[in-house]
Unconditional design. Structure first.
Length: 364
């Protein structure tokens, strides 16, 4: 168990992952949490990270900070994704070692498993085949983080553990249509599509003022707004119905986990598992000590779209553009290791979609 008064540094506390972990820690009575915004501490700067650790001396570290994005962003900004993630990981993990951090939790992602690995994905499948090309730089960086934790543990006797969450969604998700993942992108697109079909320009203006799309805000002209919506697949037809484009066939299967369930699993593992619990003493080669966090339940992108359409109350037409790539047809986590430790998720996808849409409406 962790000392509830010990200093815990949460890197990335304002993001989808970090904010959920902060909320969970606070709910469990942890009272000495520290964090810094990117403006206050640039985690890619080794000098500033070293100074922070020297001054604060945290007992525990949760490394939730990362540069993340959807398929388009990963494929477009390949250098940024590998450089920034490697720098963040290297700095935080190395300074945690130098400053005697008792325990660190590193967050990977199930998207870094091989493109065509067997399903459902077990921890042992990491690095057994070719990676997905579109997010290969991100995947290599995250795999390096997992291996860095393992290597520091084996060489220096640290206690740095790694987890592999599945696709996450929840409060503080990224709804930027240029960079977001599929679920928040679908929620925002259908929200805007509903406003457009209802001629509800007040809602459209409010949304775009809260989060402009490529510089187009609620203050832009109607022509510019309609043009940017059309670019992102939200199109008003001549008969005043709205078509909403979704990339691919809709056939790929994906797994989704409510971010606050993920946070609960992370805190559970911080409290219950050490690195030495993650492998057998009989193993001559110690690898794949990370633990999957997921539901073990998947859904097609088409059925996900229909679920979101119902929850948002969008009446328009869904158009699956098969000229656009599908990505891997199935990626499902095997969470049996975590289930065997006594933890399982509590929020269903149907409930979670309603909760995150309500949060999105409240944010605007």
């Amino acid at each position: 168990m962790l000392n509830k008064e010990a200093k815990i540094y949460i890197a990335g506390h304002r993001g989808l992952v970090g904010s959920a972990i902060v909320k969970n820690l606070e709910s469990k009575g942890y009272s000495n949490l520290i964090y810094r915004t990117h403006k206050e501490l640039d985690l890619t700067d080794p000098t500033k990270v070293a100074a922070f650790f020297e001054a604060e001396k945290p007992a525990y570290v949760i490394l939730a900070a990362a540069k993340v994005g959807g398929i388009v962003a990963n494929n477009t900004y390949r250098a940024d994704f590998i450089y920034e993630n490697l720098m963040i990981q290297n700095n935080v993990i190395h300074q945690s070692y130098l400053n005697g951090v008792k325990k660190l939790l590193f967050l990977g992602s199930t998207c870094i498993y091989p493109k065509n690995c067997p399903q459902p994905m077990k921890e042992d499948y990491l690095l057994t085949d070719t990676l997905e090309y579109t997010n290969e730089p991100y995947a290599i960086a995250k795999i390096a983080g997992i291996k860095m934790c393992e290597s520091y543990n084996l060489q220096y006797g640290t206690n740095f553990i790694s987890v592999m969450p599945t696709n996450l969604y929840g409060p503080n998700d990224n709804f930027d249509l240029e960079k977001s993942h599929v679920l928040p992108a679908l929620i925002r697109k259908m929200h805007l599509g509903k406003a457009l079909e209802n001629n509800d320009w007040e809602s459209i203006i409010t949304d775009l003022n809260s989060l402009p799309i490529e510089g187009v805000s609620g203050d832009s002209s109607k022509e510019d707004i309609l043009s940017i919506l059309d670019k992102y697949g939200i199109t008003m037809k001549d008969d005043n119905t709205v078509d909403l484009e979704i990339w691919g066939s809709g056939n790929p299967m994906r797994e989704f986990l409510w971010s606050e369930d993920m946070a609960d699993a992370c805190v559970f593992l911080m409290e219950q598992r050490d690195f030495t619990d993650c492998y057998s003493n009989d193993n001559k080669e110690i690898r794949n000590t990370h633990i999957n966090i997921g539901t073990g339940i998947d859904i097609s992108i088409k059925d996900l779209s229909l679920l979101i359409k119902q929850k948002v109350n969008f009446k328009g037409n869904l158009y699956f553009n098969t000229d656009k790539p599908d990505g891997t047809l199935k990626k499902l986590t095997d969470p049996s290791k975590l289930h065997g430790l006594g933890w399982k998720h509590t929020i269903s996808l149907e409930t979670g979609v309603q909760k995150v849409y309500s949060w999105y409406l409240g944010k605007n």
